[in-house]
Write a protein that binds this ligand. Sequence first.
Ligand code: GZL
Length: 331
Amino acid sequence: MKLSRLARLTIILAFILGVMGCTGQPISTTTSDIQEKSVKGYEDLIVGFSQLGAESEWRVANTNSIKETAEQLGVELCFFDAQQKQENQVEAIRKLIVQRVDVIGISPIVETGWDEVFQEAKDAGIPIILVDRRADVPEDLYVSYLGSDFLEEGRNAARIMADLMNGQANIVELVGTIGSAPANDRYLGFREILKEYPDMRILASESGDFTRARGKEVMEGFLKKYGNRITAVYSHNDDMSLGAIQAIEEYGLKPGVDIKIVSVDAARGAFEAMIAGKLNATVECNPLLGPQFFELALKVVNGEPYPRWVPSIEGIFFPDNALEILPTRKY
Ligand code: GZL
C-alpha cells in the first residue's frame, strides 16, 4: 500500500516524538510502564502546553509558573511557544497529539479558529484544558477553563476610574490583542459600568496588542489628536500602560497627575510606576497558574471530579501601599 507523503511524514514524526520524551529525554518503556497505572501521580504525567508567546511581563511570569511547577512536581512537560501566531499553536496541538501526551493545556491567542484542531485532540482521546484565555468552541471540546473573569476586571477598572475622576473624564483606551478573550471582555466590562456615568466619555479606543512598544505608539497618536483634552487612560495591561506613561511624559504632561491611568495585571512594573506617582491603580490578573493547572490536569487524567471553571485569585492595587507590597510580588 503506497502511503501519502503526509502519512509518511506523520509516521516519522510519531517515531521521533514517540521515543523522545517531551523534554527531549528518552522515555524508558518497561513492561510495567506498558501496563497503564490505574491512578497516575505527577511523576507519571506527560503534559503538553501550547503557550501563545512572550509579549508581556505577565506572559513571561505565566510561562515561568508552568515550567517551574512541572519541574517541582516531576511532570514530563512538552512546551511550545507560538510566538504570537495562532497557526503555531494549531501545529503544536497536532505535535502533542502525535506525542500522545496525557493532557493538553493551551492559552489560545484569540477566541476563534480552534474547532477543527480541538476536535482532533478529542478524537485522539486527549483532553484540553484552557489556561488563562478562553476559546469560543463547543463545550465538549475542552474539559475545563482555568483563568480570570475578564469582564469583572473591566467592570472594576471602570468603577475605580469613576471614583478617581469623580464621574467626569475624557478617556482613551489601550485595547489588548484584537480578538483575544481578555481584550474582548475587558472592553465590554468597562463599558457596562461606564453606562452609569454619562460624564465619562471614551474619546478613542485602539489596540496596543498588550505590548509596551505598541502602547507607546498608540498613546502618541491619541495625544497628537486630542492633546490635553485627555484626562484618563484605561489600559488593558500594564505593559501598554508603561508605554503610555513614556508617551505622556515625552508630550510634556504628567502621567498619573494630568492624565490618570487605570491598568490591569498588577505586574511589578505597575507597582514601580505607582510608587513613582505615574499610575493610579492596577487590577490584578494572576499569571501564576502553574500549581492550579497541574492539580487540575492530574484530576482530569485520573477521572476525579473537577470544575468547568477554576477562577484565578485576584485583587486591586493602589499607590498608597505599593511600596510596602512590591517586595512581596512574584511577577
Ligand atoms: C490575561 C492575559 C493577558 C494579560 C497581558 O489573562 O491573557 O495577556 O493581561 C498578557 O499582559 O499579554
